[in-house]
Design a protein around this ligand. Structure first.
Ligand code: SF4
Length: 438
């Protein structure tokens, strides 16, 4: 029995697909590269912008004739296109050939369907698998055990903020922190299965634990994860400017396994735009935050996200974002054009009035600026030694990341997968560097 999962979108979806794959493999399914040859086909979807939603929908519709040809095939739709509270009747009407609809981070409807459908054949196998399930040991699909060097580990699901442009709260629901014991068990299991680096995930990961009865913070969780045998590195994303505490920054500065890498979106740097986005801070608050982070963690790498062309954004307001990015010289900026999303405040109340051509012009201007800045920052590393965790091979070269999450390519005859090596940097560009093992 073969399965195929296509994953669109964010790290959270990657983690959800991995968990689903592990559950399917416990039932005896094996992965297969082509969806058309699978017995179970899953699309794990993203709707953060129109483009990924259209791609997933088109792919799903392209599977319809195939389902008509092989009715026994199970097709499942998962993720933010399904959402946690959307009425499924509308989805069933739109996609009548889909057998199961899975909310984000919830594989059960498909697993239960397969167990029920294959009850006869699966009895013996699944009972054994069930035992393993209860131990909660198998967190990686067998097909990835011993191969995966770096893995995502969700710690906060959903989000209780309400940024005007964002569809995530509607699709993933309010924030729910996972109990620390469950996270620690999963981290130990990942380390036992060969993972060297974990990245803790949350829409606002800094708010970890605020909704739990047990008093625990993200900093507290990092202190506990620091003791997990076998882990070399720990990262976390995504932060929010209003929730980064000194306790957290001190933990990053003080815990050897926690990487000096912070992902904190600013989205824009004009106060009026930030106010209508409902972000809850000003450009100067953000400027002071970056200074605080750099004071407490000297060698920190800071990444941000920016949306250009938000409703009403004038050239002058965009210029403020450009100028602040030039001033702060961050290590990475993901730039996206504003895309109105259904059910969001901005799509309901604000006119998408910045022309697409102008959005693209602004996106390119920031991208070019950022390429220049990162190129200059990375060139300062030429001639220095950096620690690299090697994740795998790409076009015959080893590929890994520094503690600051910078990409490094290494040519070496030895098997370096999963190795933490010291590399001498010989070349650096905006997007990657070249090094040799010392
Ligand atoms: S913090 Fe804002 S942008 Fe981030 S997931 Fe929550 S609502 Fe969306």
């Amino acid at each position: 029995m073969r399965y195929h999962i296509t994953t669109y979108g964010c790290q959270m979806n990657v983690a959800d697909s991995r968990r689903l794959a592990a559950e399917l493999e416990k039932l005896g399914y094996v992965p297969i590269p082509r969806a058309e040859e699978a017995d179970v086909i899953v699309l794990n979807t993203c709707v953060v912008r129109q483009q990924p939603e259209d791609r997933a929908t088109n792919r799903l519709l392209s599977l319809r004739p195939f389902k008509e040809h092989r009715p026994a095939t199970v097709i499942a739709l998962m993720g933010c296109l399904v959402g946690v509270k959307r009425p499924q009747a509308a989805l069933r009407q739109r996609f009548p050939f889909v057998d199961a609809f899975l909310a984000p981070s919830d594989p059960r409807p498909l697993i239960n369907l397969l167990i029920d459908r294959d009850a006869a054949g699966l009895q013996a196998a699944s009972r054994a698998q069930q035992d393993e399930l209860q131990d909660g040991e198998l967190v990686l699909p067998r097909s990835e055990q011993g191969k995966l060097v770096s893995a995502y580990l969700p710690v906060v699901l959903g989000c209780s903020h309400a940024c005007a442009f964002c569809v995530i709260p509607q699709r993933r629901g309010p924030e729910r922190s996972r109990p620390p014991a469950e996270i620690l068990a999963e981290a130990r299991a990942l380390a036992l299965q060969g993972v060297k680096e974990i990245t803790l995930l949350g829409q606002i990961v800094d708010r970890y634990g605020l909704d739990l009865r047990e008093k625990v913070t993200l900093a507290g969780l990092l202190h506990r994860l620091q003791k997990v045998d076998g882990l070399e590195r720990i990262r976390f994303l995504t932060s929010h400017p209003n929730w980064i505490t000194d306790e957290l920054l001190d933990a990053v500065a003080g815990l050897p396994r926690v990487c000096e890498h912070i992902e904190v979106p600013i989205q824009a740097a004009d106060d009026e735009i930030l106010r209508t986005m409902k972000r809850g801070y000003t450009a100067d608050d953000y400027r002071q935050l970056i200074a605080r982070i750099r004071r407490i963690i000297p060698k920190v790498a800071i990444h941000t996200d920016i949306i250009v062309g938000f409703p009403g954004e004038t050239e002058e307001q965009f210029r403020r974002t450009y100028d602040l990015l030039a001033e702060l010289r961050l290590d990475k900026a993901h730039i996206a054009r504003y895309s109105p999303r259904p059910e969001t405040l901005s799509s309901r109340k604000m006119k998408d009035d910045v022309p697409e051509k102008e959005k693209e012009h602004r996106r390119k201007a920031l991208d070019d600026l950022q390429a220049e800045i990162v190129g200059e920052i990375n060139r300062l590393l030429v001639g220095t030694e950096v620690s690299v965790l090697v994740e795998g091979q790409y076009k015959g070269r080893w590929r890994g990341r520094t503690r600051g999450n910078k990409l490094v390519y290494i040519e070496d005859q030895r098997d370096l997968r999963g190795q933490l090596v010291d590399a001498h940097i010989s070349w650096a560009g905006p997007w990657s560097m070249q090094g040799t093992v010392i």
